[in-house]
Design a protein around this ligand. Structure first.
Ligand code: FES
Length: 152
């Protein structure tokens, strides 16, 4: 029998999140009750039950980043991405913001990590200012828009 955690990881890597249909499919394929599959998916923080953007921007909530202006970065990032109150994913589906614990590079605070939703690549950016965030976001957007239709 396939490990349900591995099945959930594989599905999330393929789709970016775990939809109800995906959970039902895993339940059926592994011959496990849907409640058990759902329980595993909601127990582990790594699993998402909502769609995310192509790139996930993890904002460090550690102490050093907090004292070095994390709130200013969050405010600018949200405004620049056009996120309304309560929203975490841009309307175009390119970016999602999430929060994370210390990345271990506190001397670069404030810090974000940008990762593609499939977890294939990630990059840390530090010493952030509104100007550097603008450049980072524009670069990722340009990269995304240069990907031929149908590749993702
Ligand atoms: S507190 Fe942000 S990287 Fe350590």
């Amino acid at each position: 029998m396939k490990n349900p955690i591995k099945a959930l990881q594989d599905a999330q890597n393929a789709h970016g999140y775990l939809s109800t249909v995906t959970l039902q499919s895993i339940s059926k394929n592994l011959n496990l009750p849907l409640s058990k599959v759902y329980g595993i998916a909601t127990f582990y923080h790594q699993f998402r039950l909502q769609p995310v953007g192509e790139y996930v921007i993890y904002i460090c909530k550690g102490t050093a980043c907090h004292t070095e202006g994390k709130e200013t970065i969050i405010q600018y990032l949200r405004e620049f991405l056009g996120l309304k109150e309560g929203e975490t994913t841009t309307d175009d589906g390119i970016f999602t913001i999430e929060y994370a614990r210390c990345f271990g590079c506190c001397s670069l605070a404030p810090v974000i990590m940008v990762a593609d939703r499939r977890g294939f690549s990630s990059q840390i950016f530090g010493n952030l200012t509104p100007a550097t965030i603008t450049t980072i976001i524009n670069d990722y957007k340009t990269e995304y828009l240069s990907i031929p239709v149908g590749v993702l």
